[in-house]
Design a protein around this ligand. Structure first.
Ligand SMILES: *[C@@H]1O[C@H](CO)[C@@H](O)[C@H](O)[C@H]1NC(C)=O
Ligand SMILES: *[C@@H]1O[C@H](CO)[C@@H](O)[C@H](O)[C@H]1NC(C)=O
Ligand SMILES: *[C@@H]1O[C@H](CO)[C@@H](O)[C@H](O)[C@H]1NC(C)=O
Ligand SMILES: *[C@@H]1O[C@H](CO)[C@@H](O)[C@H](O)[C@H]1NC(C)=O
Length: 162
């Protein structure tokens, strides 16, 4: 191989790696694609191999490229565990019939990443025994629990006072 060719190969490798590092994290994209498989109406731009930070209803931290916000309202899509999203700050799961999902999973409890600042679980018919305590969410600023059957948490919305 000539020196020129070597240099060209080297340059291509550097360019491709630079381009890849601009993308979202593989495990987060995989989790989103897993969610997509459950959507009633799939967002058309949630496509494998593309940068999930650019997808509809997804926002990332511009520096770390980790998913920071997810809007999954009325998608009927959920994971039993959102912990794969290590820097998730805002999660909207309203209108998702999560109660039905929890039942189908043998009543496992839902829990959320401790990085969450905003969590919307309104309109899900959730009961006390399907959620973990919210007191682990130390960064929580807003919690919307309207229209669930969470006794003791009745009609909480807006600012969450621990
Ligand atoms: C992005 O992540 C970095 C590192 O965790 C953090 O310092 C920064 O505040 C984040 N940016 C935004 C806009 O949240
Ligand atoms: C990230 O960058 C894009 C484009 O530069 C900008 O529109 C967006 O507001 C930024 N997001 C955050 C959280 O800073
Ligand atoms: C539901 O959980 C809340 C918060 O932990 C608690 O205050 C309430 O007593 C519980 N209600 C029932 C019926 O267990
Ligand atoms: C909670 O909301 C429901 C429906 O809007 C209402 O019937 C109920 O009285 C409310 N409970 C409390 C404690 O405010």
């Amino acid at each position: 191989m000539s020196t020129n060719r070597l240099w060209v190969s080297f340059l291509i490798i550097v360019l491709v790696e630079g381009w890849l590092s601009e993308c979202c994290w593989d495990e987060e994209r995989d989790a989103l694609l897993h969610l997509k498989a459950q959507f009633h109406h799939s967002p058309s731009d949630w496509v494998d191999g593309s940068d999930c930070c650019l997808w509809e209803n997804v926002e990332c931290n511009n520096t770390t490229k980790r998913v920071s916000k997810l809007v999954l309202s009325e998608s009927y899509a959920y994971l039993s565990d959102f912990h794969v999203f290590k820097a998730l700050e805002s999660l909207d799961l309203s209108y998702n019939n999560i109660a039905g999902f929890v039942q189908s999973k043998g009543n496992e409890r839902l829990s959320w990443p401790s990085s969450l600042e905003v969590l919307d679980l309104s309109f899900n018919s959730l009961r006390n025994d399907s959620v973990s305590s919210f007191s682990d969410l130390k960064c929580l600023k807003q919690l919307n629990l309207r229209n669930n059957e969470l006794e003791g948490y009745l009609n909480i919305s807006g600012k969450y006072d621990k």
